[in-house]
Design a protein around this ligand. Structure first.
Ligand code: G3H
Ligand code: 13P
Ligand code: ZN
Length: 325
């Protein structure tokens, strides 16, 4: 059966244009939470509706094939309806995280995404420009936003891997934005993906705000994106280790640094690992305390409740997005 094309506006979604303009003017950041399943999406929508925060729900290539692309489209539509039925008017954007090809970006746009990232950060500069430009040309026909990336983050993910970080070169950002026509730019200033961002037991190196400021000077008022921004909540790491897990030395970005970033030209902050930790901690705790339970609604329900708490906390006290919808 041929796949049906759908525009994001039919699903009740919005692109990032207005969200970012407001975040820039109001000196806060829009949260971009990754999800793979129903409970994560429910938690994101519940917490953002309750806090009145605009939100970007994002999926990686791996998450999209895990959830199934058709299922995902209906989940996004369901998420919007769920928020509206709860009386919430928060803007919701569906974003492709770390798109790695023009084909994948096109497929997402055709199936209802309102924003895509094309991550050409591993490519030589001119190739990154050319690929990003192609995605922008396609996406803008449908008013879909495009995020590009310059500089490479350290850390290892399923589909994204980089051994060592390479900071963004501020002297490239203006040329990149001009040549590609992107709507936002992810930069590398010392954050990294995953739960092991820095060496355990050593002081956490501060983010390179000097590089961020240099970038801001060259592209004033242009939305900047921060990846790898989980704090790696220690309460969850402790619970995981207490209940049979093995996550010694997991460490992330201090909240204070994220607050500073959110007040700058950083308009989008990506959070995946903290959500994974919350779910894992609560599921482990549940099984340890009630080994007889086998109803997924019980242990996933506890995990979902914790996720709502985590997201509320992020919106209210770290990103500053609560009440901005
Ligand atoms: O930055 C990558 C995200 O955390 C998604 O990770 O590819 O394992 O879904 P994933
Ligand atoms: P974390 O691994 O720090 O949550 O980063 C997520 C991310 O950048 C998704 O693109
Ligand atoms: Zn990322």
């Amino acid at each position: 059966m041929e796949k049906q094309k759908v525009h994001y506006s039919e699903l009740g979604l919005v692109n990032t244009k207005d969200m970012f303009a407001r975040a820039m003017a109001g000196k806060y950041a829009i949260p971009a939470y990754n999800f793979n399943n129903l409970e994560q999406l429910q938690a994101i929508i519940t917490a953002c509706s309750e806090t009145g925060s605009p939100v970007i729900v994002q999926v990686s290539k791996g998450a999209r094939s895990y959830a199934n692309e058709t299922m995902l489209r209906f989940m996004a539509m369901g998420a919007v309806k769920m928020a509206r039925e709860a009386g919430s008017t928060i803007p919701i954007c569906l974003h492709l995280d770390h798109g790695d090809s023009l084909e994948l970006c096109k497929s997402c746009i055709d199936s209802g995404f309102s924003s895509v990232m094309i991550d050409g950060s591993h490519l030589p500069y001119e190739e990154n420009v050319a690929l990003t430009r192609q995605v922008v040309e396609y996406a803008h026909q449908f008013d879909v936003s495009v995020e590009g990336e310059l500089g490479v983050l350290a850390g290892i993910e399923d589909e994204v891997s980089a051994e060592h970080s390479t900071y963004t070169k501020p002297e490239e950002v203006e040329d990149f934005v001009k040549k590609t026509g992107v709507d936002s730019l992810a930069i590398s200033i010392g954050t990294s993906h995953g739960a092991y961002k820095f060496k355990a037991g050593q002081p956490v190196p501060p983010l390179r705000f000097d590089i961020l400021e240099e970038c801001e000077k060259r592209i004033p008022g242009f939305p900047i994106v921060l990846h790898g921004a989980s704090s790696v909540v220690q309460e969850y790491v402790t619970l995981i280790n207490m209940y049979g897990g093995k996550m010694e030395g997991a460490v992330g970005i201090p909240e204070e640094q994220l607050r500073r970033a959110a007040a700058s030209a950083v308009c989008k902050i990506n959070i995946d690992s903290d959500g994974r930790l919350a779910v894992t901690a609560k599921v482990r705790e549940y099984f340890a305390k009630d080994p007889k339970e086998f109803d997924p609604r019980k242990y996933l329900g506890e995990a979902r409740k914790e996720l709502v708490k985590l997201i509320r906390h992020k919106n209210e006290t770290v990103l500053g997005s609560a009440g901005k919808a």
